[in-house]
Design a protein around this ligand. Structure first.
Ligand code: ZN
Length: 160
């Protein structure tokens, strides 16, 4: 069976950045299972995997526009240390969830200068060209239940 909209696809993958550093990999872990065509994985990778079959290996370089987007400097802001009232240590690289008007967003601390904390709401991989090395392991039709949940069940999928 070939990968098409609403198939459950199981893949092994390694993701590297422009410099060849490994950002993420399923090696040594469970393969990833996702539903094609519902936006679970980035659009550039979905497009590259469309119509592939088990056993196919795909190497693709995905520009930020089809990955996690371009960096938006307006998402970076300086806030006061008093905004952080939790017991956690404030350190560069620490991520936290912040509630904006209509959604929660993951923010990353990117700078600390005495009481001025610089936080960044960009996805950590925004602006990055992403190099995926993927092997397709399995392709099957998604069940009605999986489609209504928006994720794959079983090995590599969502554990309820
Ligand atoms: Zn489910």
């Amino acid at each position: 069976m070939n990968i098409a909209k609403h198939t459950v696809v199981t893949i092994d993958y390694t993701l590297t950045d422009q410099h060849g550093a490994i950002l993420d990999s399923s090696k040594g872990e469970e393969p990833l299972a996702y539903i094609q065509g519902v936006g679970t994985i980035i659009s550039g990778l979905e497009a590259a995997l469309e119509r592939k079959a088990p056993g196919d290996a795909v190497k693709v370089s995905i520009p930020p526009e089809s990955g996690y987007g371009l960096r938006d400097d307006s998402l970076q802001q300086v806030v006061s240390r008093q905004m952080f009232n939790g017991p956690g240590e404030l350190e560069v690289g620490v991520q936290f969830r912040a509630r904006t008007q209509d959604r929660t967003q993951t923010m990353t601390i990117v700078g600390i200068e005495s009481d001025d904390i610089t936080v960044d709401g960009n996805h950590p991989l925004a602006g990055e060209t992403l190099n995926f090395d993927v092997t397709v392991l399995d392709v099957r039709e998604a069940t009605t239940e999986e489609l209504s949940h928006g994720h794959a069940h079983g090995a590599g999928g969502h554990g309820h």
